[in-house]
Design a protein around this ligand. Structure first.
Ligand code: AMP
Ligand code: ZN
Length: 493
């Protein structure tokens, strides 16, 4: 397919671990994002996965590639600790919260949608629920059984990974070693440690809350099955793009690929591009729901941050780099957002420039500066979705004395079509969480002024190290010092 819109879009494909040209295989590209398991609130780390998928979608829109986007809702099948024999996460939550599984799923699905909307994530075309596809999952597993990829145990139906020639390619698994040692859970009769359950049969005498009848007895589907079945049902057997967090690259997606390629049996890769976002870390560890209370978007909002500040915080890092969640980081993002909105508000209304072509068409040929910025925006997003570069380009344009106001309006609109920061409509007052200095107690003001004076003294003595140290201390107090011709002034940020 000819590529006519700007630079070639290049994406890092986890399959092969290299940056590759992205070429659509169909007029409407299929994009599948592994969605949340709705047994508790989505945390800030989970939302990174969806802001990342949204960035990809916006990049494809920029390139005038039509997309059909599916994000699943896992409301059955995901066992605790990602195991094959453990209880279902939703059933555990239902017992703990003394609510029905249906209530739990409906409630947490709703909070997920609220967070997506607050983060300005474009809605997917379909949000299929795993529980609505169980019959299709059973049919899929029957086919795998007919093809000879499975074996039965008392605990269910298992996929025999030794029958899948490319098993583990995505995870770069060393077959000889990893297949045997990759997993810790002991399952009686399992042939290889990497074999996984397609069907999890009920233990005798234990009745599951969510149960279906199948050729392998009453029970529930294995977790990996839903994504293969629902993506093929909604996007066709083969499609172009599949996303998720890096944890999925090691297990869930490996198993999705194995069973899907076995099912299709056509010697073609099932999905062409696999993209994974790195983790959001808290105190140097992956944020994980299973480890106890974890910060969620609503907590940030409660603390006075705008959801767009969190989005900006995320986009300030590349999706393939780990990102440490710190208060200082979101503080800085909120301050940057406030300054951005203040700077952009007088340029409103912004034009619509969602595609490279439309942005180019809106800029006058004589406006060399604006044209260069549109090209720079295109270059940044084409380079494996380099959002930090894109943000820097936007800031450069906003500071450039040589750009026309009309040109700048297009550049801001184009950048925001990709960043999704609501630069076109966010009310400056909504992102201003600065405390007025009048809220401070007299002794707080005195302490700040003492530090500012000390810093002035250090600068006079050319003791730059000490001056920087004091600036850091002031930063930590949320105080920003500005040096003016008549001496330093300060404000709370
Ligand atoms: P889950 O609800 O646990 O199935 O996860 C939903 C999505 O969030 C998946 O794509 C995970 O890979 C992703 N994810 C989970 N934890 C993190 C994290 N700390 N940082 C970034 N992505 C994450
Ligand atoms: Zn999945």
């Amino acid at each position: 397919m000819a590529w006519v819109t700007g630079q070639q879009l290049r994406l890092y494909n986890s399959l092969g671990r290299r940056t590759e040209d992205f070429t659509p295989s169909k007029d409407v590209v299929g994009l599948y994002s592994c969605g949340p398991t709705v047994y508790s609130f989505p945390h800030l780390g989970n939302m990174r996965a969806y802001v990342f998928a949204d960035t990809l979608r916006r990049a494809l829109r920029w390139k005038a590639v039509q997309v059909r986007h599916v994000t699943n809702i896992t409301d059955v099948g995901h066992a605790v600790a990602d195991s094959d024999t453990g209880e279902d996460k939703l059933e555990v939550a239902a017992a703990k919260e003394r609510r029905s599984v249906t209530d739990i799923a409906a409630f947490y699905t709703e909070t997920f949608f609220e967070d997506l909307a607050a983060l300005n994530v474009l809605p997917a075309d379909v949000y299929p629920r795993a529980s609505e596809y169980v019959e299709e999952m059973i049919a899929f597993a029957i086919r795998l059984e007919e093809l000879g990829y499975t074996y039965r145990l008392a605990t269910g139906l298992y996929f025999d990974t030794s029958k899948s020639p490319g098993y583990g390619t995505l995870a770069l698994l060393d077959l000889a070693g990893q297949r045997e040692t990759g997993r810790v859970e002991h399952v009686e009769g399992r042939k290889h440690n990497s074999d996984f359950a397609l069907w999890r049969a009920e233990e005798p005498g234990v009745r599951r809350l969510m149960r279906w009848n199948s050729p392998w007895g009453w029970g529930a589907p294995g977790w990996h099955l839903e994504c293969s079945v629902m993506s093929m049902a909604l996007l066709g057997e083969h499609f172009d793009l599949h996303t998720g967090g890096v944890d999925h690259r090691e297990l869930h997606h490996v198993n999705e690929i194995a069973q899907s390629e076995a099912f299709l049996h056509d010697d073609q890769p099932w999905v062409r591009y696999w993209l994974h976002n790195e983790f959001l870390l808290l105190n140097n560890a992956k944020i994980a729901k299973s480890a106890g209370p974890v910060p969620r978007l609503a907590d940030l909002v409660e603390a006075g941050y705008h959801p767009m500040a969190y989005r900006l915080f995320l986009l300030g890092g590349h999706y393939r780099s780990q990102l440490d969640f710190t208060t200082a980081g979101v503080d800085a993002a909120q301050a940057t957002l406030r300054r951005l909105i203040a700077r952009v508000a007088p340029l409103r209304p912004l034009p619509v420039a969602e595609t490279y072509e439309s942005a180019r068409a809106l800029v006058e040929d004589t406006d060399k500066a604006a044209l260069a910025y549109v090209e720079a925006i295109d270059a940044a997003i084409s380079n494996d979705l380099a959002t930090p570069r894109l943000l820097a380009t936007l800031q450069d344009a906003l500071r450039d004395p040589d750009i026309t106001t009309e040109g700048l309006r297009v550049v801001v609109a184009a950048a925001d079509a990709l960043l999704g920061l609501r630069l076109a409509d966010l009310d400056p007052a909504e992102v201003d969480n600065r405390r007025p200095a009048t809220d401070l107690a007299p002794q707080e003001v005195a302490a700040i002024e003492r530090l500012v004076a000390e810093r002035t003294q250090a600068r006079k003595e050319k003791n730059w190290a000490r001056a920087d140290e004091i600036r850091d201390e002031l930063d930590a107090l949320g105080v920003q010092v500005t040096d003016t011709a008549t001496g330093p002034t300060w404000q709370l940020i």
